[in-house]
Design a protein around this ligand. Sequence first.
Ligand SMILES: CC(C)(COP(=O)(O)OP(=O)(O)OC[C@H]1O[C@@H](n2cnc3c(N)ncnc32)[C@H](O)[C@@H]1OP(=O)(O)O)[C@@H](O)C(=O)NCCC(=O)NCCS
Length: 266
Amino acid sequence: MKLLKSVQNKIEWRIAPNTPPPLSAAVVHVWRMWLAQPADAITALRQTLSADERERMARLRRPAARERFAITRGFLRATLAYHLQISPAEIRFDYLPQGKPVLAHPATGVQFNLSHSREMILCAVTHTRAVGIDGEFFRTIREQEKFAARFFSENERNWLASVPDDEKPRVFFEIWTRKEAYLKACGDGVTRHLRGIDVRPAPADPSAIGQIADRPGEATRWRVVSFIPAPDAVAALAIAGDALPELHFWQWDDVSSPDARKKIQR
Ligand SMILES: CC(C)(COP(=O)(O)OP(=O)(O)OC[C@H]1O[C@@H](n2cnc3c(N)ncnc32)[C@H](O)[C@@H]1OP(=O)(O)O)[C@@H](O)C(=O)NCCC(=O)NCCS
């Protein structure tokens, strides 16, 4: 399959240094973690959850769903705690009306968003700019054309129709993740008119958004960057503001190492 020019595909996932890199509005730290973790690491992550998170976890019926929630939320806490240099259990979340979690420590200026798809968890962390992230593994969508007719703009549908069949899954999910990353950055979920949001990357500027029909004039105030987080997956990051941020990619492979454990348990 030919790689699209609009997608950043040469990514070096690095292990985070003991001292966190400084946060700034010019950089987005993209963290990746795999769901498969040693049992003792999962226990350590679970122990960092707050009372309301434990209640939410307990309401999940399937043990696998409870474990997924503990790992995902524990990873989010550990990542934010690392950047803020506080203990994961000290992190407090607030929730926007459509459910977007934000930090209840507004003075820090830290902004984040999280996405999970199959075994992969992605988390974006930056400073003072609203951010959204979405990652998806390619899969078969039944009635893909009907889906596109319902949720994709005319430009997006034309783009999808113009590529050969073997490129369609990538283009389909590139559109999907760009749109969802933008919606997640706004905190809106799917409450908006999705066909009016045109996220097709322009050849001259792949990080631009074409049109946001329900918020005229706003398209220029967002940047969207697509990247390949794993084979057979695509992800997008949307960020408020017209400056293109640098993306730094970090892998939480070291979550079970003594150093990382100290970060989680501190
Ligand atoms: C949450 C939502 C915005 C994304 O859901 P999703 O794709 O199933 O899930 P993701 O893994 O990407 O993101 C989930 C995480 O986003 C965060 N989140 C929750 N609500 C959010 C919101 N309104 N805005 C931004 N982030 C949100 C949470 O951290 C959540 O993780 P958690 O469930 O462990 O707490 C969902 O409400 C939604 O609207 N989904 C749209 C699905 C769709 O039809 N997309 C078509 C696009 S073309």
